[in-house]
Design a protein around this ligand. Sequence first.
Ligand code: TXA
Ligand code: MG
Length: 323
Amino acid sequence: MIQNGTDVSFAAKCIREGGLVAFPTETVYGLGADALNPQAVARIFEVKQRPTFDPLIVHISEIYQLEMLFDDLISPLVNKITEAFWPGPLTIVHRKSIKVPDIVTSGLNTVAVRMPSHPVALELIRLAQTPVAAPSANRFGQLSPTKPEHVLKQLSGIDYLLTGNQKMVGIESTVISIEDDQCFLLRPGAISLSDIQKVVPCVYFNQSKKGKDLPSPGLLKSHYSPNKPLYILKQDIHSLPLDSGLILHHKADLPTNAPNIIYTSGNRSQIEIAANLFTALHTMEDDPTISQIYIEPVEEFGLGIAIMDRIKKAAFRYTGHCE
Ligand code: TXA
Ligand code: MG
């Protein structure tokens, strides 16, 4: 059993000594190690069973730490973005300094950095006195963790699970890439493209750079999947097989044949849906009476774009195509 609790000083000591600590952020739980210690970072890949071609996000608690991580020619856009959105759920990919170990960036010449707003995460990084490399604390390809028990279910061989009870966004940070004076959205998240466009010009990567290599392994079509089939609901909910689980985002007219229903929200509130999405999927994954899961789609605007991104990726393995 993994040692767990709220001892931030102990967690920070583990990080300083090259250990692995799972910790809460305002998006999902992360699995952290000293970003400047390649051996410690190597253990993240081992524990997560993550392929080493998939680079990690480095978490900081003070803005001056960027100077150590980004190269000397920091784009002027970075300032505007960090002033507007940090601390918060936005990750910036930018050319890296030579101080960042290659294992963190999978050998790329860029590094992804964010300053989380969760007080426990900020305190951990501050006390660790080093930037903390942390992917989401799940096994590669599986559901992201929004509760300590989700971490315990998926991971072993970590030194400490730091817990926190603040509210979380529930889905991972928005990832943007900044190249000189250009900004590209790589992964939708809590901060929407239109929020970013209010501060700097920014475009979807796919629209702007068609034909180029995948810029981020996070753009893989399949990701964040439960271990049983997940389908995006298209049919009448009354015609579902009896051993189905059903995830709805509003109170629907019942009865239905689906015996297990989880509501992420009573009235399609995007904030509630995001906060409860992964927990609902974990609960259905763990329920032995459920053989397959159906989930209601959401409208793709604002936070709904990131929510649908996660739902489509979670369902991709089973539907074989993006809806
Ligand atoms: O909210 C979050 O971002 C959470 C918490 C723990 O901070 N972390 C998270 O990490 O979601 P992870 O590893 O699950 O996702 C990081 C994404 C991946 O899609 C990765 O490919 C991309 O960021 N990424 C990291 N470094 C990159 C780089 N240099 N260039 C392009 N993409 C990069
Ligand atoms: Mg992840």
